[in-house]
Ligand binder design. Structure first.
Ligand code: NAP
Length: 248
């Protein structure tokens, strides 16, 4: 008998964005806690790298471009009944307003807001999310704080996701499906290194964090494990800030 309330043994969990960064660490952490994990992302080689790290705990790899309607529908059709889902897929661009365009803003909202909303809608409607399932949305402290210049539309997309989370938590509670979000501060993943901010600027910015460093993907993955597990079974509609004290 397993008396550990944080255990994920017997649970089947979907992780989006599992080919990189926070999503990859979340898939690995869920597997380590005993879950069967279904991973999705776009890049087949990086998805395979995630599978190599979780081996037999990987139930399936289902590649999908989550801004494409057909891909999302096919993904949902391929899924077994789920005990949990972690929506990590997302993107960020540092883009001062004067250099932005409406098309770029639409792209940001498509991947960070509409993609997880549509996936959740279909998974709930098709009853892929079983009774007592737990959904975790990866939002950002950018939704509540101007953490880095040029991230206004990114922040707005995450604020929208966090707001949606609370409405979904209330609606889905009738089937005992829980919905929570995590708001990370800056986390050391490929995402923060492919923009216009230099390594020197990142190192300087990390000094603003009271705990003296940016997060590691595992810092966020461990929060997701808690929200997926029975240890959080009376928690819904909550945004869990994991930011090394940045937002104090
Ligand atoms: N890193 C941070 O500082 C930070 C802070 C706060 C919040 N977040 C949020 O955390 C989440 C994960 O970010 P990360 O830092 O782990 O970034 P990452 O390393 O760049 O990983 C992003 C993941 O999202 C997937 N993805 C992106 N666009 C997609 C699309 N249109 N369809 C399907 N999959 C897509 C990528 O798939 P491919 O590999 O196939 O491209 C990849 O697996 C994002 O929502 C991000 O906004 C990150």
């Amino acid at each position: 008998m397993n008396n550990n309330p944080f255990s994920l043994v017997g649970k089947t969990i979907l992780v989006t964005g599992a080919s990189s960064g926070i999503g990859q660490a979340t898939a690995v952490a869920c597997a380590a806690m005993g879950a069967r994990v279904i991973i999705t992302g776009r890049n087949p080689e990086r998805l395979q790298q995630t599978r190599d790290r979780i081996e037999a705990q990987c139930e399936a790899i289902i590649p999908a471009e989550l801004t494409q309607k057909e891909d999302v529908e096919n993904l949902v059709k391929s899924l077994p009944p789920l005990d949990g889902a972690v929506m990590c897929a997302g993107n960020s661009t540092t883009l001062p307003l004067q250099f932005g365009t409406r098309e770029k803003f639409d792209e940001m909202f498509d991947v960070n807001f509409f993609a997880p909303v549509e996936l959740m809608r279909l998974m709930y409607k098709k009853k892929v999310l079983q009774k007592n399932a737990s959904v975790v949305l990866i939002a950002s402290i950018g939704g509540t704080h101007s953490f880095m210049p040029g991230n206004g539309v990114y922040g707005a997309s995450k604020a929208a996701l966090n707001s949606f989370m609370k409405y979904a938590a209330r609606e889905f509670a009738s089937r005992k499906v829980r919905v929570n979000s995590i708001c990370p501060g800056m986390v050391d993943t490929p995402l923060i290194h492919r923009g216009t901010i230099t390594e020197e600027q990142l190192a300087e910015d990390a000094k603003r964090y009271p705990l003296g460093r940016y997060g590691q993907p595992e810092d966020i993955a461990n929060g997701a494990v808690y929200l997926l597990s029975d240890a959080s079974s009376w928690l819904t509609g909550h945004d869990l800030v994991i930011d090394g004290g940045f937002s104090i």
